[in-house]
Design a protein around this ligand. Structure first.
Ligand code: FCB
Length: 481
């Protein structure tokens, strides 16, 4: 994470034109605590944890895995805050059985992990690596043996390097390769793996990987915003079609990083409104609108010129079984006439409660995005596919007595419950994450786990939040304090 722009701060976006948007943004600042009628969640509410392959697996060359864009990126000097790489991570490629024991030990019934595309297809397309699929076969079986439902994400940012060499997601053909990969996974695992998430947070991958250069593939080119967004949407549509053709009974969803975009500046917020609306368009609506309404927001128009073809929007608008919502914090946005986009990061309101990332802790932001999905997008079934917070940054061990995380989770679960009471169809909640892992551009300095890990030995130690989450998951009752 550089001193300037960072994912955590949602830094200045070099996004020309977006500031001219006149769409209404989600800029309402709600109460910080939710009012709920009952602290009891339904019996069939799904409690789980979420992880991602590149952040946990390690073993980057085992069993024929091909290189990914993150293998390339992490080795470039200066890219990762602590100079680390994910070659070991939580060693979960080898220790997955221990991870599943921890999930079962917390009484959780669901595990969201991601499949590494380059384990299945080392060059992203063409020949299938049976040994890579064998790993996920074992993982799925190990989950099922413990009564845990596997939810597999197909793309959590680790594009095979060979595809990037041909243009990555900015190349239209990657959308076809993604659909072929999805079909391959469904053909091998679909008899037991019934829940599939196509993409994880494509907004983050697009903006931080292609416009800001903070994530792999490390590109800084505003011209990539349109094609990358569109080809990921298209790839998702083609993948959903391919999955349904391969197995008719799959439950298919997508995971989006929904973030309220609020104008910064207190009394001067009026001036910042166009900038926050612009960010809202490319960050939230550019993914939700084509999938759920069959249109792109007007602000994306210029970016998409030359990339959007007849028939594409019909392919993208596929029925889904659930919308995955990831939420961490709201974004505060300001107008910046010095930036080509006129969009820059603004500060949270004075006195706001901040987490270790310097982001505002604001459960009302979660209630706000859930309300929006309910009100503006036809109230689809929702799963909260990520939510959580980091220990304070540093190289020290994970904080075992993590009362701050318990409070974060508790307050965000209140927001979930209040949205349910208002009519949202929320079927489950996955905490991010099981074990302290490798957090992308900030390496091992951030720790989001319910379980700490000694990096020298790999030994896992549950934190207080693990016990707390177990209590909530097994009783279905959210404590009041
Ligand atoms: C989300 C990512 C996940 C992790 C958490 C902290 O945006 O999906 O991989 O980085 O943030």
């Amino acid at each position: 994470m550089g001193k300037g722009i960072s994912r955590r701060a949602l830094g200045a976006l070099a996004v020309g034109g977006a500031a001219s948007a006149t769409l209404s943004g989600c800029d309402r600042v709600g109460p910080t605590e939710a009012t709920i009628k009952s602290r009891r969640f339904p019996n069939d509410f799904v409690w789980g944890v979420a992880t991602a392959a590149f952040q946990t697996e390690g073993s980057p060359t085992a069993d024929g895995r091909g290189p990914t864009i993150w293998d390339t990126f992490e080795k470039q000097p200066g890219r990762i805050k602590d100079g680390s790489n994910a070659d070991v991570a939580t060693d979960s490629y080898r220790r997955y059985a221990e991870d599943i024991d921890l999930i079962a030990g917390a009484g959780l019934k669901a595990f969201r992990f991601s499949i590494a595309w380059s384990r299945v297809l080392p060059t992203g397309a063409g020949s299938v690596n049976a040994a890579g699929l064998d790993h996920y076969d074992r993982l799925v079986d190990a989950c099922l043996a413990k009564g845990i439902t596997p939810y597999a994400t197909l793309f959590h940012w680790d594009l095979p390097q060979a595809l990037q060499d041909k243009g990555g997601w900015s190349a239209r053909d990657t959308a076809n390769s993604f659909a072929d990969y999805a079909a391959t996974v469904a053909a091998r695992l679909g008899d037991r793996l019934k829940h599939i998430i196509t993409l994880n947070e494509p907004a983050v991958h697009t903006v931080f990987g292609h416009v800001l250069g903070e994530h792999a593939p490390g590109l800084k080119d505003i011209a990539l915003l349109g094609p990358t967004t569109h080809h990921m949407n298209l790839g998702q549509g083609l993948a959903i079609q391919a999955l349904r053709a391969a197995k008719g009974d799959l439950r298919i969803g997508t995971t989006q990083a929904l973030q309220p975009c609020r104008p910064a500046g207190g009394p001067l917020a009026f001036w910042n409104r166009p900038a926050s609306d612009g960010l809202d368009a490319l960050w939230n609506k550019a993914w939700l609108d084509p999938l759920l309404k069959g249109t792109y927001p007007a602000a994306m128009g210029d970016f998409l010129k030359g990339h959007l073809r007849d028939g594409d929007l019909e392919i993208i608008r596929q029925p889904i079984d659930f919308l995955g919502v990831n939420y961490y914090a709201p974004a505060y946005v300001k107008l910046d006439l010095a930036s080509p986009s006129q969009i820059a990061v603004g500060a949270p309101p004075k006195g706001a409660e901040l987490d270790a990332f310097g982001r505002q802790i604001d459960p009302s932001g979660l209630a706000e995005v859930l309300e929006r999905v309910r009100r503006d997008y036809g109230n689809p079934p929702v799963l909260i596919t990520e939510n959580g917070c980091s220990d304070p940054f540093g190289d020290g061990p994970g904080v075992i007595d993590d009362g701050f995380r318990v409070q974060y989770l508790r307050r965000h679960l209140e927001a979930v419950k209040s949205a349910m009471e208002a009519g949202s169809r929320i079927g489950g909640y996955f905490a991010w994450t099981l074990i302290d892992n490798w957090e992308w551009d900030i390496g091992y300095t951030s720790k989001f786990g319910l379980v700490a890990m000694d990096r020298a030995t790999g030994v896992r130690t549950p934190k207080a939040s693990y016990g707390w989450f177990k209590q909530v998951a097994t009783t279905g009752l959210l404590p009041a304090t």
